[in-house]
Design a binder for this molecule. Structure first.
Ligand code: 5AD
Ligand code: FES
Length: 349
């Protein structure tokens, strides 16, 4: 079976075997990528039109108790200037976001014990009270089932937790011994059970990653059936053990975006900041490969450079005061537009 036939099968059946995914990834050509992207774009447009949902990202703490080997804000990096936003600062970021048109907020942070359940419930409840018409997404890492339940009951709707890699040995290479893939997966199931719309994802081109690992990621995602999948290229951070590892590529990232779109036409699929960092037109390329979400930075300007998971992150300088204007123009340059709504998952056409 040639590659176009494989792609047609994926399009029709929304799944392939592990071996076929490996073939499609390992031996991909520019023609395969263009064909995949054209199908992916068409399906995304059938459901979501040419609207791209913006989510205002608030990076509210860069303290983290974890020590993931790839991440710039890992516990053992002493060169990070650590910060936490107060509840007031978070609400004020939401307020300016709301005025700019955002109806969807993402609170993301390192795993910071300071933000225990009581504190997070207070923040989420305050956001829910002030912005009853907005979607609230959390991205706070691994917590207990009770914690997830309490956060959902406080009014959060969605939760992002990337599985990072669905292959045990690869997970161990990327993380300290104290962390486990089994626990990560359990958290994702717990989040679903608590009622969240769940997002997961992985890095493309992470150190040691093979096509077989990517195929496992796709199969795990099929099993989990999340509403969102965030993927971006791995980019080295100079203060981590992976500082000399090569970055992932925009080509493979957009290729994986197209495959994910064909696996679930309804998926909420961001064109990520990391993709915009390795390629100046990365976010536009992601949308043209079938993505339909962007996550502009809404954090206060003075802390943005301190939330550096990888080097050279875009949108951390003064020019990024209003990413939303910049992204709006970028989307229009490719025939799309920002759609300011909650941006819910659409079950039906
Ligand atoms: N390069 C790219 N992405 C990274 N992340 C963390 N570190 C890096 C890096 N060096 C991603 C992880 C995490 C998300 C918040 O950012 O996948 O889940
Ligand atoms: Fe942030 Fe362009 S999106 S500056």
């Amino acid at each position: 079976m040639n590659h176009f036939e494989l792609i047609n099968r994926l399009y029709k059946e929304q799944i392939l075997s592990k071996e076929d995914f490996i073939r499609l990834i390992e031996h991909r050509t520019a023609e395969d990528a263009e064909y995949l992207a054209s199908l992916a774009r068409k399906e995304a447009q059938k459901i979501y039109g040419t609207g791209v949902f913006p989510r205002g990202l608030i990076e509210f703490t860069n303290y983290c108790k974890n020590d993931c080997l790839y991440c710039g804000i890992r516990r053992s990096n002493p060169n990070v200037s650590r910060y936490r936003l107060t509840e007031e600062q978070i609400l004020s970021a939401c307020e300016s976001g709301y005025e700019l048109g955002y109806r969807s907020f993402v609170l993301q942070g390192g795993e910071d014990p300071y933000f225990h359940d009581e504190r997070m419930v207070s923040i989420v409840s305050a956001m829910r009270k002030s912005y009853p018409d907005c979607a609230i997404t959390l991205s706070l890492g691994e917590r207990s089932p009770e914690s997830y339940q309490a956060l959902f009951e406080a009014g959060a709707n969605r939760y992002l937790l990337r599985h990072e890699t669905a292959t045990e040995e690869h997970y161990q290479k990327l993380h300290p011994e104290a962390m486990s893939l089994a626990r990560r997966k359990q958290c994702l199931w717990d989040l679903k059970k608590a009622g969240f719309h769940v997002g997961t994802g992985f890095m493309v081109g992470a150190p040691g990653q093979t096509a077989a690992h990517l195929a496992e990621d796709l199969l795990f995602i099929k099993e989990l059936n999340p509403k969102m999948v965030g993927i971006g290229p791995f980019i080295p951070h100079h203060d981590t053990p992976f500082k000399d590892e090569p970055s992932g590529t925009a080509d493979l990232t957009t290729y994986m975006i197209s495959i994910l779109r064909l696996m679930n036409h309804h998926l909420l699929l961001p064109s990520t900041t990391a993709l915009g960092t390795i390629d100046p037109n990365g976010r536009e390329k992601g949308i043209l490969a079938g993505a339909n979400v962007v996550m502009p930075n809404l954090s206060p300007i003075d802390v943005r450079k301190d939330y550096a998971l990888y080097d050279n992150k875009i949108c951390t300088g003064d020019e990024a005061a209003e990413c939303v204007g910049c992204l709006g123009r970028r989307m229009e340059s490719i025939g799309y537009h920002l759609e300011f709504s909650r941006g819910d998952y659409r079950e039906y056409l």
